[in-house]
Design a protein around this ligand. Sequence first.
Ligand code: SER
Length: 586
Amino acid sequence: MTAKQLRQKYFDFFKTKGHAIIPSASLIPENDPTVLFTTAGMHPLVPYLMGEKHPEGKRLANVQKCIRTNDIDEVGNPTHHTFFEMLGNWSLGDYFKKEAIEWSWEFLTSPEWLNLDKKLLAVSVFEGDQDADKDDEAVEIWKSLGVLESRIAYLSRKENFWGPAGQTGPCGPCSEMFYWVGDPDKVPDSFNDDNDLWVEIWNDVFMEFNKKEDESYEKLTMQNVDTGMGLERTLAVMNRLDDNYKTELFSNIIKKIEELANKKYEESKEITRAMRIIADHLKAVTFIIGDDKSVTPSNTDQGYVVRRLIRRAIRYGRQLEIKDDLWISKVAQVVVSDYADVYPELERNKDFVVDQLNQEEAKFKKTLEKGLKEFDKLKSDGISGKEAFNLYQTYGFPIEMTQELAEEKGIKVDEQEFKKELKKHQELSRTASAGKFKSGLADTGEETRKLHTAAHLLLAALRKVLGDHVVQKGSNITVERLRFDFFHSEKMTDEQKQEVEKLVNEVIKKDLSVSCEEMSKDEAGKQGVLGAFEYGDKVKVYSVGEFSKEACNGPHVEQTGQLGHFKIVKEQSSSAGVRRIKAILE
Ligand code: SER
């Protein structure tokens, strides 16, 4: 089975159950300062899981591009990825546990669909705690489908209670499905989630709780379903492969790395691991930089994650003795051509991705050289934790690279002291971000809503002042400010900035109402609605008089008068051909 067939089967199946297929949202969450990336299909749907009406109805399904960095140390094994695709189906207060479980089972085992061997499947359910009951109901449903009791495990909150995606929001107990990837003749009678040969492929979450800021749980007014099936893992299982990197979702990428390194994937354990890490990390950064709401390498937030992934890939490239200058963008181009039919934004943003990767590689190779010189100056009787930390901090050397270099010289690194230094540093940055997240959450409602409306006005004003070539490249909103990236190649003059501020403030003064209507994508196209191509067949369009008309999922203020006074605090280059504005409301 190919990835294309698997995605299509999933959509076809859920269409027969009355679901609308919606497009994948951006990898960069808008208006959610608590999370860096979209980590699951439910993430962009949070407002709808909380009760807002979705334009496509109550039953939705899609394939969502996701980034998770919490398991980054596990990347290198056969099943973990930083970037992955999640197939998902949702009930927004419509069907619940019974249908969700029955349909999962039908899709997995029916000869018409995936036709997986029932004897090789196992499931887990929530064991219950003070906040939510033991899920006997799910067990009864599984049993009614013929699943043996010995193949059903009650697991704790850590495994079987999902969410929220950020720090607050919709969540609930879940039931996971596992497939035995070992020898089918040796499948154990009972299920044990410690055994790696049981691979988790799908998770049904019964979302009936809302986690609040004080960490307590309240029942939602509606019962939702949120499911997530890992495309890479399921594809491997369907093709009886014990390594996701052997599926077509990785094979061309690995082939390119083999070519660059002049080595074979299975030559040694170290080579396999290095190639997996390079393939995974470069695929992830290609998707992040190639997103329409692109993030580029930097030293903060999402940009830091991008930088770290790139540098780690370059380090492993060095381990594989890849000699080519600027090689990482060559791998990225394979990712683009493999995925462009499903994610056309990669093709649209390809030159940008290549350019960003080339710049970052050139930059790191400079500090890499300086760092290596610095390393050579260190005493030959061992490297202190502080020195290792300096290499890490100043020259971007991951500790593993320092250790590797030290090993070549036959000296040791004081890892304990390094860890202490790192921890000190991480605690500092965690405190800083905790502060930020807290303020982000304290008043997400009103302040971010205002800034979000201001972002629409800003885009419309920029197009009036600079021209219609201005399109949004990305935006990020915290309670304090909005950050807005857009295509434009020159620095804005003071006059242009003042003109933009003036236009926005005029609209605010007029106290226009912000209206929202649903329309078809075609109709949106005819009306010249901005940004409609990112959405499905039906789009929500927010209009402010005749001034701005933009496709968006909201939320927005009702009247522009609520915004106060709009001010641009900074205008700078974000990357080649892209400018960045930071603006506030006072
Ligand atoms: N949100 C759940 C998960 O990520 C199901 O989609 O596993």
